[in-house]
Write a protein that binds this ligand. Structure first.
Ligand code: SAM
Length: 245
């Protein structure tokens, strides 16, 4: 996959993309990430990228002609142009999975008051990382790149890691424990020490359901349940705690 990020502040991306999983994915050529300075597409001695809004009001607006040239120079047949915007569809894991299947992403980061609306004709999709307003799209683009890159086959040490995670299958993930087995009187749940794979699987499924019920009940309303899940939910709701800490 290739990701081009259109930004006025390319230096912001240096550190996050040169660490950990993304850095390794880039080194292994599983993903190519380029930051492209929007200013390079501005004309004139001052390379002006923004201007006052028609109709008056506070703030500056990123110029249509500059953005159009920038997108035009990158866009190919298989490109998907995504504008990071507080007005976009809220990013969720299903969207990340869909976006991760693309061959080429062009992520457009706005700044100031935003962009000239006419550029939306060149944008395929608007994505938001939450109902709040950031000063620029750069942090949002980093979130998209991180979430997408880890789904590219081969990027995570074990591709199954991204299959047993929160939001996959519409539930939050079960809790994890590691050594020491007892610390400050707190013990690891017995079932996890039993070596009994089926019991561990059921315990995890139950905890997954229980956590989702407590932390994100909205997710439970969106999904369907098989018989096993219905039984586990019944146990959670009507049989009390029983080792489901
Ligand atoms: N005036 C715009 C509005 O009210 O909708 C907000 C502009 S914001 C200050 C500047 C830029 O930050 C936007 O163009 C967008 O690229 C980015 N941005 C801000 N909040 C965002 C969010 N929640 N998700 C994604 N991008 C965001």
């Amino acid at each position: 996959m290739k990701i081009d990020i259109l930004t006025l502040f390319p230096a912001m991306f240096a550190s996050p993309f040169n660490e950990s999983i993304i850095e390794r994915a880039r080194t292994r050529k599983l993903v190519e990430i380029n930051t492209v300075n929007i200013r390079d597409y501005a004309l004139g001695r001052h390379q002006q990228v923004d201007d006052y809004p028609y109709g008056g009001g506070a703030g500056m607006v990123m110029k249509f002609d500059v953005l159009s040239r920038a997108i035009g120079s990158l866009k190919g047949e298989n490109s998907r142009v995504i504008y990071l915007s507080p007005q976009g569809k809220p990013l969720d894991q299903d969207t990340v999975v869909r976006v991760a299947r693309q061959e080429h992403l062009i992520l457009l980061c706005g700044h100031y008051e935003g962009i000239d609306e006419r550029i939306m004709n060149l944008v395929d999709e608007e994505l938001s990382i939450g109902d709040y307003v950031l000063s620029g799209g750069e942090l949002a683009a980093m979130v998209v790149v991180d979430a997408v890159t880890r789904l590219i086959p081969g990027v995570l040490g074990d591709d199954n890691s991204s299959q047993e995670e929160s939001f996959v299958g519409g539930l939050l993930e079960y809790p994890h424990y590691t050594r020491p087995r007892i610390y400050q009187g707190e013990e690891v749940p017995e079932t996890l020490l039993s070596g009994h794979h089926e019991q561990i699987r059921l315990w995890r499924k139950k905890l997954s359901l229980k956590r989702t019920l407590i932390k994100r009940p909205d997710l439970l309303l969106k999904r369907e349940y098989d018989q096993e899940e219905r039984k586990l939910l019944e146990e959670i709701l009507f049989n009390g705690e029983k080792k489901t800490k």
